[in-house]
Design a protein around this ligand. Structure first.
Ligand code: FAD
Length: 438
């Protein structure tokens, strides 16, 4: 008889994990506090669409659900930058043929829940987990139901109830950090059933301390997200009236303003949300463990929150197989091995905000990108740009972060030279020497 596994949260990570564990023969149940999103309409998620890339796609393939999801994806081949005069500049994300994908959060979540049910997982909606006993493996739900399991997995998101309970256990470390920026989503409607911007790009309006981005949706709308400080000037706190909002967009995002005729209505109707990073350790206690945002919520600027959560699922299951499903060995080892990668992507995500909003358009950044693409062209195996390591590879995030820092050091040195003086053999020799610790 295989173990009974209870998963808390039928979000993106919990639903995918349930599919795979059920396929491995376990008795899997998911408990979700919301109503069934397929019956109640909108999933009530935090963002309307998400960028799905390699680390997320690989576990979806492992679960055999990628084919179902692929038709809903919109490829984005690079960044399309909009400057203040409305001029556009394109920066590819990787090599030719490499792209990331825009996907609707609600659609992806529904497809994953459906796949879990098809695999034979029982999904209980309207089941808010309120308490957990880590010694008896007993879950308590708000309407009185109780459930005992052999393994409990908390995939209940950034404000995880399971994690809150871990905070009352011995020697548990927890930190959370809200950045000074929040975000607001706005929609660009199609015109005569066509996209109002080129659909196969992630559009960015970088403006120093803030930015607007837009990702395409299958219904030919774009979801724009304004990342903007809560306080200061300009900030959410200074945009008080319709006239304030329109004047602000007129000044900074004129070409976007033209595409959102009901801008101020949307601006004052749609919520302003916060962005938080959470860190904790250990992620497990006895026979309970956290995965996904419950273990490590990050800011969205590398498009890696969900992707890293899906990668958690793959790595957790791979380790479990390697250790013959011995939970007492798997849980502590998984927590300690994966933690450094979660910390690394957390740092990378915070740093990428500065790059996206502030650097993508500046001449030094563009020179650096040019130098990097030349090095990569000459040494494609030895030099993989940081963005590509994070987005298009399985290189552990901590390794990518380390290599990225060395690459920066090498580029800082060679950028001192004139372009014609750069010897790419020397660049790669220097990089290899730094990797060896010379
Ligand atoms: C603005 C924004 C943009 C983003 N863009 C991207 C992107 O482009 N690419 C990317 O990879 N990531 C992105 N992310 C991150 C991504 O949304 C998260 O990393 C991802 O949703 C985490 O999945 P999860 O399943 O761990 O948590 P969640 O998706 O939050 O799911 C948690 C589930 O648990 C349920 N739950 C909560 N508490 C309980 C309880 N007590 N009992 C029962 N159920 C409970 C919730 O209802 C929910 O269904 C973005 C995030 C934000 C905020």
């Amino acid at each position: 008889m295989k173990d009974k596994i209870s998963i808390i949260g039928a979000g993106l990570v919990g639903s995918l994990l349930a599919v795979i564990l059920k396929q491995k023969g376990f008795d899997v149940q998911i408990f979700e506090k919301r109503k069934d999103p397929r019956k109640s309409g909108a999933a009530g998620g935090r963002s309307i669409n998400l960028a799905l890339s390699h680390r997320g796609i690989r576990p979806l393939r492992v679960a055999g659900v990628y084919e179902k999801i692929e038709p809903y994806l919109i490829p984005m081949h690079g960044r399309m930058m909009h400057d203040q005069a409305g001029e556009l500049t394109f920066q590819p994300y990787g090599k030719e043929g490499q792209f990331i994908n825009s996907v609707s959060r609600a659609q992806l979540n529904e497809l994953l829940i459906e796949s879990a049910e098809e695999a034979g997982v029982e999904v209980f909606f309207d089941h808010k987990c309120g308490d957990i006993n880590f010694d008896s493996n007993m879950l308590h739900f708000e309407h009185g139901k109780e459930m005992k399991s052999d393994l409990i997995i908390g995939t209940d998101g950034a404000f995880s109830a399971i994690r809150k309970k871990l905070q009352f256990t011995d020697r548990f470390n927890f930190s959370q950090h809200y950045i000074e920026h929040g975000y607001k989503e706005l929609e660009i409607q199609p015109k005569e059933n066509t996209f109002r911007l080129e659909p196969n790009y992630l559009h960015i309006w970088p403006r120093g301390n803030f930015m607007l981005i837009a990702l395409p949706n299958a219904d030919k709308t774009f979801t724009c997200t304004l990342f903007f400080p809560f306080e200061g000037n300009p900030s959410f706190s200074t945009l008080k009236t319709k006239a304030d909002v329109e004047a602000f967009f007129e000044q900074y995002f004129k070409d976007a303003l033209e595409l959102i005729p009901d801008l101020s209505e949307q601006f004052f109707t749609n919520p302003t949300s916060s962005l938080v990073t959470t860190k904790c350790e250990p992620w497990h206690k006895n026979r309970s463990i956290l995965l996904g945002d419950a273990a490590h919520a990050i800011v969205p600027f590398y498009g890696q929150g969900m992707n890293s959560g899906f990668e958690d699922v793959r790595l957790f299951v791979e380790l479990a197989e390697e250790l013959d499903w011995n939970w007492d060995k798997i849980l502590p080892l998984y927590s300690s091995r994966r933690k450094k990668d979660a910390d690394a992507i957390s740092e990378l995500a915070l740093h990428n905000f500065i790059e996206m909003r502030d650097h993508v358009a500046d001449p030094d950044f563009l020179r650096r990108k040019k130098l990097e693409s030349q090095i990569q062209e000459k040494y494609p195996k030895e030099w993989i740009p940081l963005y590509s390591m994070v987005t298009f590879s399985d290189i552990p995030y901590s390794e990518a972060l380390k290599l990225g820092k060395l690459q920066k050091k090498v580029m800082d040195e060679f950028l001192e030279l004139k372009e014609s003086e750069v010897n790419y053999d020397q660049v790669i020799q220097r990089f290899n020497a730094l990797k060896k610790g010379d």
